[in-house]
Design a protein around this ligand. Structure first.
Ligand code: C5P
Length: 304
C-alpha cells in the first residue's frame, strides 16, 4: 500500500482517422476495420489523486454528464484488480474533446488511466496486459497506449505503428450532431458498399504514402461518411466549406460526426476556422508518437 498521497495531471489526447474502411461483420458482432489512427493536440485533462486507504474508494468529478458507463471508472477497476492494490482514488475530468463525435475522447480517457494509475499506485503492469485491458474497454483504447500514427486492423485493436509524420495543422469541426457508433454501423449496413477494388486498399495506400512522405490525401476516405451524411446532410456542407478553404483532405473522423481538414499552414487553418461558428471549431496539430511519449513521460516523471 502507498504511504503518501500521490498526484498526477495527465492529458488524454483526441484521435482522427486519416482513413477508415469498414469490412465485414464478424461472428462476435464487431466489424473488421482497416484504419489509420492519428493523435492530435486536442486533449481532455485528468487530475488523479491516489491516497492510502484500507478500503478501495473511487470518486470522479466532471462538470459535464458523461453518457453511458464512464470508461475512467471501468479502467480504474481493471487496474485495481490487476495490481491487487487498495487505495482511495479521486479523478477530476475536464472534458475538452467533444463527445460522441468520433474523436475517441472516452477511449483516450480510459487509456490515460491505464497508463497513469499503475505508476500512482507504485505498481507496474506488463505492456501486453495493458493492451489486453484496453481492448476489453473499447476498440479504440489500445491505440491511445501508442499514440502517433498507426494502422489499425481487426476490431481496430491490432496495431502497426507507422513512422512519425509532420505536425500538420488541422481543423476539427464538431457541429454538435451526436452519432451513436451503433447507429452509424446500422446506416452503413443500408448502403450498397462496393467490394474492395483489386490492388491496394485505401488504407494501404495512405499508410505507404505516409511512410514514404508522398501525397496521401487522395486516398484518404471514410466509409461512414456517405452513410452518416445521408442522415445529417449538413455534414456534406461542412466538408465543402473545409475543401473550399484549402483543406486536403476534408473528411469525417471515426463514425462521426466531427469533420476535419488538414491544412498546409496555420494561417490557412485559422482562416478556415472563421467560416464556422466559434464554438464548433477546434484548431489542432497532428501529434507524433515522439511528442505523445514525451508528454506522457513528463506527466509521470515525478510520480515513480
Ligand atoms: O469497442 P467499442 O465499445 O468502441 O464499440 C462500440 C460498438 O461499435 C460495438 O458494440 C459495435 O456495435 C461497434 N463496433 C463494431 N466494430 C468495431 C468497433 C465497434 O461493430 N470494429
Amino acid at each position: 500500500m502507498i504511504s503518501e498521497t500521490r498526484y498526477a495531471r495527465v492529458k488524454a489526447f483526441a484521435k482522427l482517422n486519416l482513413c477508415l474502411e469498414v469490412l465485414h461483420r464478424r461472428p462476435d458482432g464487431y466489424h473488421n476495420l482497416r484504419t489509420i489512427f492519428q493523435t492530435v493536440s486536442l486533449a481532455d485533462i485528468i487530475d488523479i489523486e491516489v491516497s492510502a486507504s484500507r478500503r478501495t474508494q473511487l470518486h470522479i468529478e466532471c462538470e459535464v454528464t458523461i453518457p453511458g458507463e464512464n470508461l475512467i471508472t471501468l479502467a480504474a477497476d481493471k487496474v485495481l484488480a490487476a495490481t491487487k492494490a487498495r487505495a482511495a482514488i479521486r479523478f477530476r475530468l475536464r472534458k475538452v474533446i467533444p463527445m460522441g463525435a468520433g474523436l475517441g475522447g472516452g477511449s483516450s480517457d480510459a487509456a490515460a488511466v491505464l497508463l497513469a494509475l499503475p505508476a500512482l499506485l507504485g505498481k507496474s503492469l506488463p505492456v501486453e496486459r495493458l493492451f489486453e485491458m484496453g481492448a476489453g474497454l473499447g476498440s479504440d483504447v489500445p491505440f491511445f497506449l501508442h499514440g502517433g500514427t498507426a494502422v489499425g486492423l481487426g476490431r481496430g485493436t491490432e496495431l502497426y505503428p507507422l513512422p512519425d509524420i509532420p505536425a500538420w495543422p488541422a481543423l476539427i469541426v464538431a457541429s454538435g450532431i451526436h452519432v451513436s457508433t451503433a447507429d452509424a454501423y446500422r446506416a452503413l449496413a443500408r448502403t450498397s458498399h462496393p467490394p474492395d477494388p483489386a490492388g491496394a486498399s485505401p488504407s494501404e495506400r495512405v499508410a505507404r504514402a505516409l511512410a514514404s512522405n508522398t501525397d496521401w490525401t487522395g486516398s484518404a476516405t471514410n466509409d461512414f461518411e456517405e452513410a452518416v451524411s445521408r442522415l445529417h446532410p449538413e455534414l456534406a456542407a461542412i466538408r465543402r466549406t473545409l475543401t473550399r478553404a484549402g483543406a486536403s483532405p476534408a473528411m469525417m473522423t471515426g463514425s462521426g460526426s466531427a469533420m476535419f481538414g488538414v491544412f498546409e499552414s496555420k494561417e490557412a487553418r485559422d482562416a478556415a476556422a472563421r467560416c464556422f461558428p466559434e464554438d464548433q471549431v477546434y484548431p489542432v496539430s497532428l501529434l507524433s508518437r515522439r511528442r505523445y511519449r514525451a508528454i506522457w513521460a513528463r506527466s509521470l516523471a515525478g510520480v515513480c
